[in-house]
Structures are given as C-alpha cells and as structure tokens.
Write a protein of this length. Structure first.
Lengths: 107, 123
C-alpha cells in the first residue's frame, strides 16, 4: 500500500496567518492527490482534487500544490471557520489511502 | 444536488454483523462508484473499499477482506455495507461517499459524503 504521511499532526495559528500542511507519499502518486476538511462532528468535505484543483464553493484562501511524492495545502489567511482536521488522500493506487490528518486550531 | 442519506446508529454485540445503507436522494448512484470510509473515535479516516454500482465490482482494503461485503441496488439508488464478526475495534462512524472522476489523468475523488452511521460494538 502507498503510505501517506502528513506534517505537522497539529498546529495552532492566529487568525489571518498563513498555514501550510505537507503530505508525503511513500512512492509517486503523480497528481492523484486530494485534500479534505473535516470540521468537528461533521463528515469530511472535499477541498482540493488532483493536487491543485479547487472544488466548487471552496474559498480562494485554500490552495493545493505539488506532484509526485510531496504535496502542500496552504490556507493563505486562516479564519475561525477553518478550525478542522485536514486529510490528504491518494487515488493513484486502486487501494486508496489517507494521511493521518492535521488538526488546525486558532491560537 | 445529490445527497447521500445513511441509516441510523447501531448497537451490536461482539460476533454479530451490521448492515449500513446509503441512499442517494436528488440524484442517483447509478454509474458511480461508492466508497466506504470509517473513523474510530478520535482517529483518522480509514478507507474500507469501493463498489462500482453498475457492475457490482468491488475492491476491499486488505484488513477487511473476507469480513465485509458491499452491494448496491440501482433501482433504489442504495448502496450497502455489511461487516461481520464484529469486535469492539469496529466501533466507529461509517461513511459512504460518491466517487467522481476528474479529467483524464487527474484521478478520482470523493465529492459527496453521507453524514455517517455510528456503529457501537459492546457486550
């Protein structure tokens, strides 16, 4: 299976800060990489697909980049409603895997 | 806008089975792939597998092989997940999600999610 490793596992930042989350794959997944946001008590929600494509309705402050084995999700200006856990997920392999998640809090 | 409506919470005894349903409203699951993901309390997301509804073809994560079965009824736009030989480690929220394909060469993604079904396994 392709292992997905996210860092950091958690972070605290101030409103308006730029936040970057990294996801590393154990082998190349090309650009078959998606990002999800899961707010407390809710189902996951698709943010970014194919590494850098925003799902409709997702605020512009969320941006995805990367290819191969290293990917990043950037929140350009953190807002209170962004408190959530963020997961990367590869769809390169038939056997899908998720990263362990990054919990984002407000300082 | 399609929504996925999942069946209600379940309390099961160890060794028993559970069957969770996932029905599309405002659209159909016909022609789509439905994936199942679970989340144990305080833990991350764990992919269980997928079913291509039109063909009934399935892929299961290795850790669930032989213990889980996915089915789909296109006439009612409903997908089902049955998990057998339950233990306390199967206590989790179980999600279904629709899989859509990006343009050629960009893979697929889970774009519509159910709200989840809580399964508690306890004696």
């Amino acid at each position: 299976d392709i292992q997905m490793t996210q860092s950091p596992s958690s972070l605290s930042a101030s409103v308006g800060d730029r936040v970057t989350i990294t996801c590393r794959a154990s082998q190349s997944v090309s650009n078959y990489l998606n990002w999800y946001q899961q707010r407390p008590g809710e189902a996951p929600k698709l943010l970014i697909y194919a590494a850098s494509n925003s799902q409709g309705g997702v605020p512009f402050r969320f941006r995805g980049s990367g290819s191969g084995t290293v990917f990043t999700l950037t929140i350009s200006s953190l807002q209170p409603e962004d408190v959530a856990t963020y997961y990367c997920q590869q769809s390169y392999s038939t056997l899908v895997t998720f990263g362990g998640g990054t919990k984002v809090n407000i300082k | 806008q399609v929504q996925l409506e999942q069946s209600g919470s379940e309390l099961k005894k160890p060794g028993s089975s559970v069957k969770v349903s996932c029905q599309a409203s405002g659209g159909t699951i016909s022609g789509y792939t439905v994936t199942w993901v679970r989340q144990a309390p305080g833990q991350g997301l764990e992919w269980m597998g997928r079913i291509i509804t039109t063909f009934g073809a399935t892929n299961y994560a290795q850790q669930f092989q032989g213990r889980v079965t996915f089915t789909a009824d296109e006439s009612t736009s409903t997908a089902y997940m049955e998990l057998r030989s339950l233990t306390s480690e199967d206590t989790a929220v179980y999600y279904c999600a629709r899989v859509s394909w990006a343009a050629a060469g960009k893979g697929d993604y889970m774009d519509v999610w159910g709200k989840g079904t809580t399964v508690i396994v306890s004696s």
